[in-house]
Ligand binder design. Structure first.
Ligand code: KIV
Length: 275
């Protein structure tokens, strides 16, 4: 699949863009081979790959390491890298972080969380030539201040914050906005009021695109499955079963069999050791 430009992505408003996370060489390769439009190296890797209980501890070094691996697995994909918590507090820091993720690690674009409050940061990045994807609604890096991992946009203040945030992000130059965990009607309204694509996660069917976490979709993360996730397979069960059989076969001596072993001309050993 040919990599889209940011301008082409902006023009895909109204199309159904499929986006998935991937954090390493094999998962990025699988996602790209499946023809998914956009790959996000999300800081959700802190939870589903590194075992933290939030995305807060994830570092720029973690993100660069995983972005590099994902890029090797999907050399032609449009790859978005999350800027981790407290790595874009000032325009200067945001530019430094995006340089690590784009120049050193190979991302095509960065994503950051927040609405009106991050608009000046987005403006500075876009002015410097960095493509930016915004993210409003539930913003996991600051979930604690939002009352935890829960539906946003239920009361007037929260609805206004999300709508004004999305509008500000478009004005600041984002090419698209992720809407996370908001009512479908609100996502529909935001989608109709801004001119850039919205990409929903737990935001209903009216966004311009959808994103999910790879490990949730394939059943590899058993910690917690949000209700908006659809698990398309239970790869974790298949892998656990295969590993159990491996351990049993090692213990019983069934593995390795002749087919997984190598031979040597018996004369070589006889001449050396008489056996
Ligand atoms: O980190 C992540 O995976 C994300 C998606 C949930 C949008 O931000």
């Amino acid at each position: 699949m040919k990599k889209p430009t940011v301008l082409e992505l902006k023009r895909k408003k109204g199309e159904h863009l499929a986006m998935l996370t991937a954090y390493d060489f094999p998962t990025a390769r699988l996602v790209a081979e499946a023809g998914v439009d956009l790959i996000l190296v999300g800081d959700s890797l802190g939870m589903v790959v590194l075992g933290y209980d939030s995305t807060v501890p994830v570092t720029v070094a973690d993100m660069a390491h995983h972005t590099r691996a994902a890029r090797r697995g999907a050399p032609d994909a449009f790859l978005i890298a999350d800027m981790p918590f407290l790595s874009y507090a000032t325009p200067g820091q945001a530019i430094e972080t995006s340089a690590r993720l784009m120049k050193d690690a190979g991302a095509d674009c960065v994503k950051l969380e927040g609405g009106i409050e991050v608009a000046p940061i987005v403006e500075a990045l876009v002015k410097a030539g960095v493509p930016v994807l915004g993210h409003v609604g539930l913003t996991p890096q600051t979930a604690s201040a939002l009352g935890g991992y829960r539906l946003q946009g239920k009361d007037e203040e929260s609805v206004r914050r999300i709508m004004e945030g999305a509008v500000a992000l478009e004005k600041a130059g984002c090419w698209g906005v992720v809407l996370e965990l908001v009512p479908a009607e609100l996502a529909r309204l935001v989608t109709s009021r801004i001119g850039i694509p919205t990409i929903g996660i737990g935001a209903g069917a009216h966004c311009d695109g959808q994103v999910l976490v790879f490990h949730d979709v394939v059943g590899l993360f058993s910690g917690f499955t949000p209700t908006f996730v659809k698990r398309y397979t239970e790869a974790g069960d298949a892998i656990r079963d295969a590993l159990k059989r491996y351990a049993e076969e090692v213990r019983s001596g069934a593995f390795p069999a002749k087919e997984q072993s190598f031979t040597i001309d018996s004369d070589v050993l006889r001449r050396l050791y008489g056996t």
